[in-house]
Design a protein around this ligand. Structure first.
Ligand SMILES: *[C@@H]1O[C@H](CO)[C@@H](O)[C@H](O)[C@H]1NC(C)=O
Length: 214
């Protein structure tokens, strides 16, 4: 099955001139299945993130309410107790924090969306038995297809890394790290001048990326 990925990317790399072979179809099928699986993982991660944010918000709100009493100015423990005793709202809030908020905070530790993420990654609930997940070799195959594609068609590097493939604009931009990876693969394939081009592009992109983060 692994060779399917490689073949798919290689054919992609050599152009769509070839008639679609059965193996290629299988790989497109794999690609579709993997993409569907990823979407499940993204949904699970979104749920997880929402849950975490809700938990953090609750804890933060609790800490802020606790700070209310102290917000009236620095005080010794005695003074704080006096404030609590002398202000029915403070006293009410104290009771509420202990009886209601603690319970919520204690209970929120019990809900765990992480399990959903792990299950989604394992393909639980979508018959993942048929999903052939790409492996490191497949990633390398995809990289090799890309560097060969760039080499064979002499694609414009500047345009390629900015998402323009065959004159079509896309959001598929490449990072400096991606270019380093491509450079390494070009080198391993003995494509030395191309490797240098990729490394140079990585250097340019690294400069741009640094400017963005500053
Ligand atoms: C590659 O594309 C860039 C941006 O469109 C352009 O400035 C540059 O001249 C092109 N390089 C070649 C060799 O065509």
């Amino acid at each position: 099955m692994r060779s399917c990925w490689v073949l798919f990317f290689l054919l992609l790399g050599m152009g769509a001139l070839f008639p679609v072979e059965a193996e290629v179809y299988t790989s497109i099928h794999d690609l579709t299945a993997v993409f569907a699986l990823e979407r499940q993982v993204v949904t699970a991660l979104t749920n997880y993130l929402g849950d975490m944010e809700a938990k953090i918000t609750r804890i933060r709100r609790y800490l802020q309410e606790y700070e209310q009493v102290l917000a009236e100015g620095p005080a010794t423990e005695e003074v704080v107790v006096e404030r609590l005793a002398g202000n029915p709202v403070h006293a009410f809030h104290l009771m509420k924090r202990i009886t209601v908020d603690w319970k919520h905070i204690e209970n929120q530790a019990k809900t765990d969306y992480w399990r959903g993420v792990v299950e989604a990654m394992r393909g639980v609930g979508m018959g993942a038995m048929g999903v052939h997940l790409p492996k490191d070799e497949d990633l390398q195959g995809a990289a090799q297809a890309l560097v060969r594609l760039h080499d064979v068609y002499n694609l414009n590097m500047t345009q390629l890394v900015r998402g323009n493939v065959w004159g079509v604009e896309s959001a598929a931009e490449m990072s400096a790290q991606d270019c380093l990876y491509m450079g390494k693969h070009s080198f391993n394939l003995g494509m030395y001048p191309r490797a240098i081009q990729w490394f140079e592009e990585a250097y340019i992109l690294a400069g741009l990326e640094a400017n963005v983060t500053v």
